[in-house]
Design a protein around this ligand. Structure first.
Ligand code: NAD
Length: 358
């Protein structure tokens, strides 16, 4: 299959491959869309078995960033970078400096940030040679850890879904949280403060114990979280938590959580709808993190300090967008994930038309 025939390539404005002989850098930067603004998305370092695998991942992730950034109503398009390599054994400052030169070569059409396998320290090295790097530390524009902001957006999204599906507030609502790491932990604390009753599971015993102590949550084994009768299931661990198999076990009215790619496949999305479960599309409800990063990009572009008030306004707007998705899905009797994709595509093509006409 050639690049242009790959289903993942669809709609991409550009794909850039970089090789640096001195450091061994092999990196792909995929720019899906700059219609709404420069493409933004993190850099992932992963030991891909083949370059083709790395390319497919970069393309898939960059298109997803276009959709996420559009739903967060950011003046940003979608892009993603991947570095082929093992982040535990193959990282060097020189490798990330070479990556910085690659980002700079894309000429501001792509802003990079952290993703799996890449730390703020790595980005500091990249920043030596590139202006378009967010996720910095010790800088007036720095946005810091995005997890609390992601958790705040997810918390508001859960509250909205509960109001819609159960016509009540969070007080006394039972929420089953899968994964109480960075985002799931903060989410648990917020839900507990709002009076929700929690059931939590995590493969990390220390994390689960700490959050149970803080929130008086009931703890179940990781494999048992799908069998807990609850009002809400909040997936906050890895992708693929909602499949035909787990759906047969879930006894909830709402699925709303932080994890990316919650639906194992399209059939799972359809089945959620057929079961009458209200699903908050993952890339909408978890947009708080990218909003935080966008706050840093905005500050760097303007040479200003990070502005939390701007982030708060965007979080309010995100909640309105989620409400728009839920309203339309209810009115048109369609799955929320399909409606969200449609709104995202319309926002991107609307911006592209405006740009073309200007
Ligand atoms: P994290 O690694 O801090 O937390 C994930 C937790 O899930 C860990 O404690 C881990 O032990 C646990 N876990 C893994 N497998 C599990 C299983 N089978 N059952 C139960 N628990 C399991 O990650 P995070 O930053 O909290 O992110 C959580 C999810 O949200 C990820 O899917 C991430 O991509 C997504 N997300 C995060 C952000 C952010 O700002 N951090 C933003 C958007 C989306």
């Amino acid at each position: 299959m050639t690049l242009f025939d790959s289903p993942a390539f669809e709609g991409h404005e550009g794909v850039h491959a970089f090789f640096d002989e001195r450091t061994g850098l092999r990196s792909i930067i995929a720019v899906h869309s700059t219609a709404r603004g420069p493409a933004a998305g993190g850099c992932r370092m992963w030991p891909y078995a083949t370059a083709e695998e790395a390319l497919t991942d970069a393309l898939r992730l960059s298109r997803a960033m276009s959709y996420k950034n559009a739903m967060a109503d950011l003046e940003l398009g979608g892009g993603k970078a991947v570095i082929i390599g093992d982040s535990r054994t193959q990282k060097t400052p020189a490798l990330f400096e070479a990556f910085g030169r690659a980002v700079e070569a894309v000429g501001g059409r792509y802003w990079t940030a952290e993703d799996v396998g890449v730390s703020p320290e790595d980005l500091t090295h990249a920043r030596k040679h590139a202006r378009y790097v967010a996720g910095l530390e010790g800088h007036p524009a720095a946005s810091g850890d995005p997890s609390p902001v992601t958790a705040e957006a997810v918390f508001r999204g859960v509250r909205l879904c509960v109001r819609r599906a159960l016509n009540r507030d969070l007080d006394g609502v039972r929420v089953a949280i899968q994964g109480v790491g960075h985002v799931g932990g903060y989410l648990a604390e917020k839900l507990h403060a709002a009076g929700a009753r929690l059931v939590i599971a995590d493969v990390n015993q220390e994390a689960v114990r700490r959050i149970a102590d803080l929130t008086r949550a009931e703890v179940v084994a990781p494999s048992a979280i799908f069998d807990v009768p609850a009002d809400v299931f909040a997936p906050c661990a890895l992708g693929g938590a909602v499949s035909l198999e787990t759906l047969a076990r879930l006894q909830v009215r709402v699925i709303a959580g932080a994890a990316n790619n919650q639906l194992a496949d399209a059939a799972a999305g359809r089945a959620v709808f057929d079961r009458g479960i209200l699903y908050a599309p993952d890339y909408v409800i978890n947009g708080g993190g990218i909003i935080n990063v966008a706050g840093e990009i905005r500050a760097l572009e303007r040479d200003e300090a990070f502005d939390p008030a701007w982030v708060e306004a965007k979080l309010e707007r995100l909640d309105q967008t989620l409400a728009e998705v839920l309203d339309r899905a209810q009115y048109e009797r369609r799955p929320t994930n399909e409606v969200a994709n449609e709104i995202a595509r319309a926002r991107i093509s609307g911006a592209a038309e405006k740009k073309a006409a200007a």
